[in-house]
Design a protein around this ligand. Sequence first.
Ligand SMILES: *[C@@H]1O[C@H](CO)[C@@H](O)[C@H](O)[C@H]1NC(C)=O
Ligand SMILES: *[C@@H]1O[C@H](CO)[C@@H](O)[C@H](O)[C@H]1NC(C)=O
Ligand SMILES: *[C@@H]1O[C@H](CO)[C@@H](O)[C@H](O)[C@H]1NC(C)=O
Ligand SMILES: *[C@@H]1O[C@H](CO)[C@@H](O)[C@H](O)[C@H]1NC(C)=O
Ligand SMILES: *[C@@H]1O[C@H](CO)[C@@H](O)[C@H](O)[C@H]1NC(C)=O
Ligand SMILES: *[C@@H]1O[C@H](CO)[C@@H](O)[C@H](O)[C@H]1NC(C)=O
Ligand SMILES: *[C@@H]1O[C@H](CO)[C@@H](O)[C@H](O)[C@H]1NC(C)=O
Ligand SMILES: *[C@@H]1O[C@H](CO)[C@@H](O)[C@H](O)[C@H]1NC(C)=O
Ligand SMILES: *[C@@H]1O[C@H](CO)[C@@H](O)[C@H](O)[C@H]1NC(C)=O
Length: 388
Amino acid sequence: MAWLHFASRLSALLFALHLSTTLALSQFDRAACQYPTEDPFEGCPSNTLLVGPSGNFSTIQSAVLSLPNDTAPYFILVEAGNYTEQVNVTRRGPLYLLGQTLAPNDRTQNLVAVYWAAIAGTGDNAYTSTLTVAPTLNASLTGSGPTGNPVPPGTPFGNTDFRVYNMDFVNDYAPYSDDPSLAVSVSYANTGFYYTGFYSYQDTVYIGKLGNAYFYDSEIAGQTDFFYGFGTAWVQSSLITLRGCGGGITAWKGTNTTFENKYGIYIHDSAVMKVNTSLSIAGHCALGRPWNAQMRAIFANNYLDDSIRPAGYIEWQSTDPRIDYNTTMAEYYDVGPGFNLTGRMDGGVTALLTPEEYEPYSSVERVFQYPFSGEYGNIAWIDFTPWA
Ligand SMILES: *[C@@H]1O[C@H](CO)[C@@H](O)[C@H](O)[C@H]1NC(C)=O
Ligand SMILES: *[C@@H]1O[C@H](CO)[C@@H](O)[C@H](O)[C@H]1NC(C)=O
Ligand SMILES: *[C@@H]1O[C@H](CO)[C@@H](O)[C@H](O)[C@H]1NC(C)=O
Ligand SMILES: *[C@@H]1O[C@H](CO)[C@@H](O)[C@H](O)[C@H]1NC(C)=O
Ligand SMILES: *[C@@H]1O[C@H](CO)[C@@H](O)[C@H](O)[C@H]1NC(C)=O
Ligand SMILES: *[C@@H]1O[C@H](CO)[C@@H](O)[C@H](O)[C@H]1NC(C)=O
Ligand SMILES: *[C@@H]1O[C@H](CO)[C@@H](O)[C@H](O)[C@H]1NC(C)=O
Ligand SMILES: *[C@@H]1O[C@H](CO)[C@@H](O)[C@H](O)[C@H]1NC(C)=O
Ligand SMILES: *[C@@H]1O[C@H](CO)[C@@H](O)[C@H](O)[C@H]1NC(C)=O
């Protein structure tokens, strides 16, 4: 009885949430909303706040802080310009950040950028990030050791549907790899990034515990371990820019869970290229290295330029390889001068997956899980037609 009562209340709540999202979205014409016009709200949903010279908010963070921690969807439209601030999002309900732009399907023409400059030094990496999406500070802490920061039991999940369209996030503490400098940090949250850019040199993208992130037609630029974390990240049709080589492009920590998990970094149909021709890094950059022995990374159907090492992935360190039978450092049909079949075979570190081995990881439906239960199919927050 109690269960039935709870279940019907839950479905009523989910229905109400669905309805309010649908209502707000029915008035949403993304291109019109983001196009700078005399009435900046033209095409925008009703719950839209404006940040910038003609808005009520001069910083993105002040607009975020004005929102209630409820399940109603909100939209923040950001006028063209550079903003120097850290943006932290703790709220549960859907939140979309929209950068004003003349070209909503072309990240190279983005007009909005958020800058911050910090390195970790003796503090936790979490404090450095330009953008953070996590319900609490504690959920966002990286910590140390094979299992990282122990997030307090009972910490609730944070944002269920956070999205960014046409904005860049930069952590420009130093123009080289110095120490962790995050551009984005996601924990206990579902996040989608469309036509965005993330720029730093080390640990640029952190997808932490119970973090889910989908990147589409975006640029991620870095040098050392610049995709790292504990959660699940899927990078689709994007540009991965090498600003040098250090560690690996990816460095993940797997986690023992009571259910099967597919936590890991999945990079699909993308290009991995050095930033410019004056950089001499041919054959030097590793696809990844195991932050712990349960690392899972798959590069599938990508173009790799000649910066990639013949062996592909590498050990963590020769004295501490961190590779065992639970380590997944794999590729599936990558192409380009950075894919050296002889080198991959000789190196003995990179797994070249068969179609059968790849199949369980071959779609977002098969990898994104609901928090706590581990059920698959947590994808309602993904925009599969961002160009529409
Ligand atoms: C600013 O806030 C006021 C009061 O809520 C509102 O009436 C007005 O439309 C807002 N203006 C903009 C540009 O967001
Ligand atoms: C924003 O910063 C970039 C890079 O520093 C600069 O090229 C651009 O002109 C700036 N834009 C504005 C509107 O100030
Ligand atoms: C938001 O609300 C949820 C549910 O009531 C709560 O668990 C959470 O602590 C709140 N978060 C913040 C940042 O207030
Ligand atoms: C954002 O959170 C970080 C900790 O992760 C904190 O150091 C920083 O002050 C926060 N910034 C704002 C604007 O709240
Ligand atoms: C994080 O949670 C742990 C465990 O509850 C606690 O010991 C620690 O003080 C918390 N840290 C912060 C910064 O809240
Ligand atoms: C090439 O990229 C490197 C690394 O980011 C940078 O230091 C250098 O200034 C760039 N050179 C040119 C000519 O853009
Ligand atoms: C997972 O469990 C195994 C066996 O108990 C242990 O050796 C390993 O350290 C654990 N790994 C993590 C990341 O907790
Ligand atoms: C390997 O992974 C399985 C499943 O998560 C776990 O039970 C086992 O303890 C892991 N072994 C090691 C050595 O980490
Ligand atoms: C491919 O890798 C092998 C090492 O296994 C190396 O001898 C060869 O030069 C590499 N080819 C290219 C084009 O880098």
